[in-house]
Each structure stands twice: as C-alpha cells, then as structure tokens.
Design a protein. Structure first.
Length: 106
C-alpha cells in the first residue's frame, strides 16, 4: 500500500548516459495522499525561513516574476540615467535544455 515503483524510461534509444533517461514512479493513491500531507507539513516549517529574494520553485515567486522585476529595474535606471549592474548565475545543466544567446556561451 505504501510502496512506490520507479521505472527508468530512456529518452534516446540505446544510451547508457543517465541524463538521457527519465524516471517515473508508480504509486497507489493512498501513498500520494500521504506524501502530500508530509509535503504540506514540511512547507509550513520551511517557508518562513526562505528569504523574500529567493525565486524559483516557490509559490507566487517564480522565475518569471524575477525577470519582470529585473526588467523594471533596468528600465527605471535607464530613465533616471543611472548605471545598473547585474550578475547572472549560469547553470550548465539548465542551459542544455534551452537556446542560449552567443554572448552567454562559456
């Protein structure tokens, strides 16, 4: 009843690389409900400790919100003739899944 089975599905046939596989889990409905209850309890404890500037994988604080805030800051600095400096953290694993501009290539 509280057992989950993990199945590995290859994205590309005949590959041994772990990045080219997708893992899914098969579980009973009772286990899904049990895991949701545990997740809610964990979130209640963790959410107050996460700072307001943390974006991504957070309710009402997605990466789109961060991009909008960054764009607004850039536009306001251009309107007031002030310098605006921004540092970008580029994670290689995520860049392999989307097109990257040439000036961000490393």
């Amino acid at each position: 009843m509280l057992k989950s089975v993990f199945i590995v599905i290859p994205k590309i046939s005949n590959t041994l690389d772990c990045e080219n596989h997708r893992t899914i889990s098969l579980m009973a409905h009772t286990l899904k409900l049990f895991l949701k209850i545990i997740l809610r309890r964990i979130r209640r404890k963790i959410l107050p400790q996460i700072p307001t500037y943390q974006y991504g994988f957070m309710p009402n604080r997605g990466t789109r919100n961060a991009i909008v805030v960054l764009r607004l800051l850039c536009e306001r600095s251009m309107n007031t003739n002030r310098m605006f400096f921004c540092a970008l953290l580029i994670i290689k694993k995520h860049l392999t899944k989307c097109a990257t501009p040439s000036y961000l290539q490393y």
